[in-house]
Design a protein around this ligand. Structure first.
Ligand SMILES: Nc1ncnc2c1ncn2[C@@H]1O[C@H](COP(=O)(O)OP(=O)(O)O)[C@@H](O)[C@H]1O
Ligand SMILES: [Mg+2]
Length: 281
């Protein structure tokens, strides 16, 4: 479980707080999507969850972050990483090996995974990320999207209790992006891994996440189940957050008095809405 209490952080030299009074509890087994416009503090929140804030970034730190009961101010990021694995937005800063296979092996060995389990975990993580054929390649020769998949495979292979991913599909096409979310779903459902993911592709996120947290200027302005949060569409738009277009359409139809049903969150539900709207009287 993650417990954030009045969490605040101001980067050294910055005028305003990057995190401002965040209160949030993330239960075991959650699948939480984190959204907000650029500069809202999403990456800084990921740093605070992994302990990089306050241990590696200079600044003023307030409040408390507890990860599986460990106070992040008292436990080093290396220690927190035993339970919380993070795929950061800047993946290149996080790669340690030069060959793909070694990147995944290194983590598993560090984690003390039994030798006879390691080979299976590497093969499975590469296959799940769709990069089995990249196993012996040099990371420096890969594209941004391929490197992103390696970083995801390296963390998912470890199966920590909690996985935090900061815009993991930023360099990926729609098909690969979906594949990442399918992998996260399997980890969440089969292995009970808690997932926290920052994602711009709102439609994809809403399909897989169970809850959404919305940030604006360092503050957490909304948190709850996906449909409930999307109901506050006006508030989301004011915060500069994209909402699924089908949801925007539904709101417009409601305002015109043409639709009174529930807000559709994906294309199938959108189709059902349009059938209702267009049904002959
Ligand atoms: N290393 C840093 N030093 C100083 N300010 C930073 C640093 N990283 C981010 N910030 C500032 O903190 C705020 C939140 O940034 P960030 O967490 O990266 O937002 P997001 O990930 O939502 O785009 C922004 O105002 C940004 O300019
Ligand atoms: Mg960011």
């Amino acid at each position: 479980m993650i417990q954030l209490k009045n969490l605040g952080f101001r980067y050294s030299g910055a005028e305003r707080l990057a995190l401002d009074g965040i209160d949030l509890t993330v239960e075991d087994g959650a699948f939480l999507g984190l959204i907000g416009s650029s500069g809202a503090g999403k990456s800084t929140l990921c740093y605070a969850l992994s302990g990089i804030v306050p241990h590696h970034y200079r600044g003023d730190f307030y409040g408390e972050a507890r990860i599986e009961g460990m106070d992040s101010a008292e436990h080093r990021p290396e220690e927190l990483s035993r339970v919380l694995g993070c795929v950061f937005q800047d993946i290149d800063g996080q790669m340690v090996a030069s060959v793909v296979e070694d990147e995944i092996l290194f983590g598993l060995e560090n984690f003390g995974v039994p030798r006879d389990e390691i080979e299976g975990r590497v093969t499975q993580a590469l296959a799940a990320a769709g990069i089995s054929e990249l196993r012996g390649r040099l990371i420096s020769e890969l594209s941004g999207g391929q490197r992103q998949k390696v970083a995801i495979a390296a963390i998912t292979a470890l199966r920590p209790k909690i996985i935090v991913l900061d815009e993991p599909t930023g360099e990926l096409d729609p098909r690969s992006s979906r594949r990442v979310f399918e992998t996260l779903k399997e980890l969440n459902e089969k292995h009970g891994v808690t997932i926290i993911v920052v994602e711009q592709k709102i439609m994809l996120l809403c399909e897989f996440a169970k809850r959404l947290a919305v940030m604006e200027e360092g503050r957490l302005i909304l948190e709850g189940e996906v449909p409930a949060v999307l109901q506050s569409a006006g508030r989301l738009e004011a915060a500069g957050v994209n909402i699924p277009r089908v949801t925007t359409l539904a709101r417009a139809l409601r305002e015109e008095g043409l639709y009174g049903g529930k807000l559709p969150l994906n294309l199938d539900e959108g189709e059902a809405m349009m059938r209702e709207v267009l049904r002959p009287c």
